[in-house]
Write a protein that binds this ligand. Structure first.
Ligand SMILES: [Zn+2]
Length: 82
């Protein structure tokens, strides 16, 4: 088993997706789907996960660059029943 591939970041619990914002470990409840037309084919979607606190900042970051395609509640999240 190599110890080189995982440096300081043991994987958090498998069933709890965490926010993609740097340094944030909060549970993610949003999936931000985006596409960078310079890098990706048009129907490709990258997904960032966001906690409630970072949904705005991550969304704004993508939206400001014209990358944001959709924001959807994360499947399995129990904070968003609607
Ligand atoms: Zn966050």
């Amino acid at each position: 088993m190599s110890t080189l591939t995982r440096v300081t970041d043991p994987t958090p619990t498998d069933d709890a997706p965490v926010c993609s914002s740097r340094g944030c470990r909060a549970p993610a409840v949003w999936a931000l789907r985006w596409n960078n037309p310079r890098l990706h084919v048009p129907d490709r979607r990258k997904t960032w996960l966001a906690c409630p606190a970072h949904r705005g900042s991550l969304g704004d970051f993508l939206d400001a660059r014209g990358f944001l395609r959709e924001v959807a509640p994360l499947p399995g999240s129990h904070t968003l029943e609607a």
